[in-house]
Design a protein around this ligand. Structure first.
Ligand SMILES: [Zn+2]
Length: 260
């Protein structure tokens, strides 16, 4: 680790140690080390596939089979949480994070032990029927999909079973967005991990927090448009940087009896 990186890691740890209402905001970069493909940037999925073909609600409505065929070939149901997910769960357990607000749909934060997880873009683990609103576990629908593509709703026979993942052209889930905004307004620190901070309205969450006085700490492989407004910027792998932040927090919390 360079001296500059070490200083930034120390700064992030110090901010978390003094926080009363810290939150984390995460994007695809936090799951890259778990083998989940990311979308934008070098090697991203959207350099190989046109998002408006495979992940737009209008295309899905026209041809759900195309979406489900794509899903059969690209879904990684066996992905495991990595040290970055586990570090965030640990920060919550220690009392330094109130919640993780995520743009990811992979469920890896929950698997790593995070309890308060707000999924701004829905979940790939739940499937909803657009005709009758019935919900099904993804595993069950994946099984049906392998037998018949596209899968048919067992409740109403409808052809439009869709993961609760927010597709292009769809609005964010109202409840999740409202909860995230409330946490952002109350936050004193936002630990931003693996997000390019270019996708709105999700990127409006850390912006809202900053406008309400929160300090931003950014851990990302590449520069973001928010770097200039952040108290600490660390360009590195989330799976290496976050465990180091946790180590500093644990080392320096001695003397502080209990976390808030
Ligand atoms: Zn149905």
């Amino acid at each position: 680790m360079t001296t500059a990186t070490e200083a930034a890691v120390g700064q992030a740890a110090a901010l978390l140690l003094n926080s009363r209402s810290g939150i984390a905001f995460t994007g695809a970069g936090v799951s890259v080390e778990s083998g989940i493909p990311h979308f934008r940037g070098e090697g991203g999925l959207w350099t190989k596939f046109d998002p408006y073909k495979v992940a737009h609600i209008d295309t899905f409505r026209k041809n759900p089979a195309e979406y489900w065929t794509y899903s059969l070939n690209h879904r990684r149901p066996d992905a495991e949480p990595n040290p970055a997910h586990r570090a965030l769960a640990e920060l919550e357990r220690l009392g330094y994070l109130r919640a993780v607000i995520t743009q990811n749909t992979d469920g890896l934060h929950q698997r790593a032990g995070s309890r308060e997880v707000i999924e701004l873009h829905g979940s790939s683990h739940a499937v909803v029927c657009l005709d009758c609103d019935a919900r099904f576990p993804r595993d069950e629908v994946d099984r049906m999909n392998r037998e018949h593509c596209p899968p048919i709703c067992p409740a109403c026979g409808g052809r439009f079973l869709k993961p609760t993942v927010v597709l292009f052209g769809e609005a964010l889930p109202v409840g999740a967005l409202r909860d995230a905004q409330a946490l952002a307004k109350a936050a004193d620190v936002v630990l931003i991990v693996g997000s390019s901070l270019q996708v709105y309205p999700a990127a409006g969450i850390p912006r809202l927090a900053r406008e309400h006085g929160a300090e931003l700490c950014i851990v990302n492989a590449e520069p973001t448009p928010f770097d200039g407004a952040a108290a600490a910027v660390i360009h590195g792998k989330a799976g290496e940087v976050l465990p180091e932040i946790v180590r500093r927090v644990v080392r320096d919390q001695t003397g502080r009896a209990t976390a808030p």
